[in-house]
Design a protein around this ligand. Structure first.
Ligand code: FAD
Length: 308
């Protein structure tokens, strides 16, 4: 697909759409081709205008957060890639523990702010480099906690530009790294959490800092990855299985299984999405052969269907 000349289109009020824009730098894996159309709105008005434009012109839309759980095809993404990472903002109520965050708010920022406000319940999230919206979609979690435990509701907009509406946590069908939002074509505009008020902020800061150091000591945190590639086939751990099969360090093209953590694939700077996919398939094959278990990728693949 998208090998044509870059360009841009201005909608009314100056909202800009880029044409054939590179996507690799909008993901933490740093791979993938170009977006036929790319929009990075900075407020909710702009989101509405962009969605109306896509719907009117029958252009399919894919939503990106911080791209920390995405594998984008080398041939890029057809239609509109709507990146929400510039939509920042959060409000924390120290008395009630209610936290409201716009979808592009980085989860580590939110975790830090909550700890400083004496609100308990997000200390585990400090090392998850995603956005509030992406974390709600993925039911992001760590250290035995996850979004489903603290989320009250999300405000969503349908991709046909109809009015936003709220969905409560109970309706989101949360399970391990899964939610209704992964099936329904909805844009998460904001999230509402309920944390526990009245805790000692010093203590929360210490726990938060410890969680981040632990992660940096056990994961290749500073390198281009997407975090854990596979869901854990509970009660087993994907990383442990991969390690025990002696697969750490295995490399295809520029994609390499981390020597630090078996469930991480590193882009050594020259990986393509095809390299990563081949390595994923090889790991699946070896694990299936040895354990009869098919590992399922946690990472979302974009641009691989003829529809996107
Ligand atoms: C170093 C590293 C460590 C990680 N550690 C963890 C961990 O401990 N636990 C964990 O659960 N994950 C972890 N991850 C994975 C990732 O950070 C999470 O899945 C995160 O929640 C993804 O958020 P995102 O904003 O980057 O979403 P993206 O990767 O951009 O998108 C993920 C999915 O959500 C959808 N999406 C994103 N934003 C929206 C929106 N506003 N509206 C509708 N759909 C949207 C996308 O279409 C896609 O389907 C890690 C990743 C890295 C790189």
């Amino acid at each position: 697909m998208a090998t044509e000349q870059p360009g841009s289109l201005s909608l009314k009020n100056g909202v800009e759409l880029q044409r054939f824009a590179p996507l690799a730098n909008l993901t933490t894996w740093r791979v993938g081709g170009t977006a036929e159309w790319l929009a990075e709105p900075s407020n909710l008005e702009e989101v509405k205008q962009i969605i109306d434009w896509a719907f009117t012109n029958k252009i399919p839309c894919q939503v990106l957060g911080a791209g920390s759980n995405l594998l984008i095809n080398d041939s890029g993404i057809n239609g509109l890639s709507l990146c929400m990472r510039k939509l920042h903002g959060s409000k924390l109520d120290q008395k009630t523990g209610i936290v409201e965050a716009v979808c592009g708010e980085p989860i580590p920022t939110l975790a830090r702010r909550a700890a400083r406000a004496g609100l308990k319940g997000l200390e585990w999230a400090v090392g998850i480099p995603g956005t509030a919206g992406g974390a709600a979609v993925m039911n992001a979690g760590a250290q035995g906690s996850c979004m489903a435990e603290i989320l009250e509701s999300v405000l969503v907009m349908p991709l046909n530009g109809q009015d936003p509406f709220e969905i409560t946590c109970d309706e989101l069908e949360y399970s391990y790294r899964n939610s209704l939002l992964q099936k329904e074509k909805l844009i998460v505009l904001s999230i509402r959490l309920r944390l526990e008020p009245g805790h000692d902020c010093k203590e929360l800061n210490t726990i938060t800092n410890k969680n981040l150091s632990h992660r940096k000591n056990t994961q290749p945190y500073h390198l281009p990855t997407c975090g854990s590639v596979f869901r854990n086939p509970e009660p087993l751990k994907a990383g442990r299985i991969i390690e025990e099969l002696g697969l750490k360090g295995l490399q295809i093209g520029g994609a390499k299984i981390s020597t630090m953590h078996g469930n991480f694939i590193i882009n050594n700077g020259e990986a393509s999405a095809a390299d990563i996919l081949s390595l994923i398939a090889l790991i699946q094959e070896k694990v299936l052969e040895a354990h009869g278990v098919l590992l399922h990728p946690e990472v979302k693949q974009l641009g691989f269907d003829s529809n996107d």
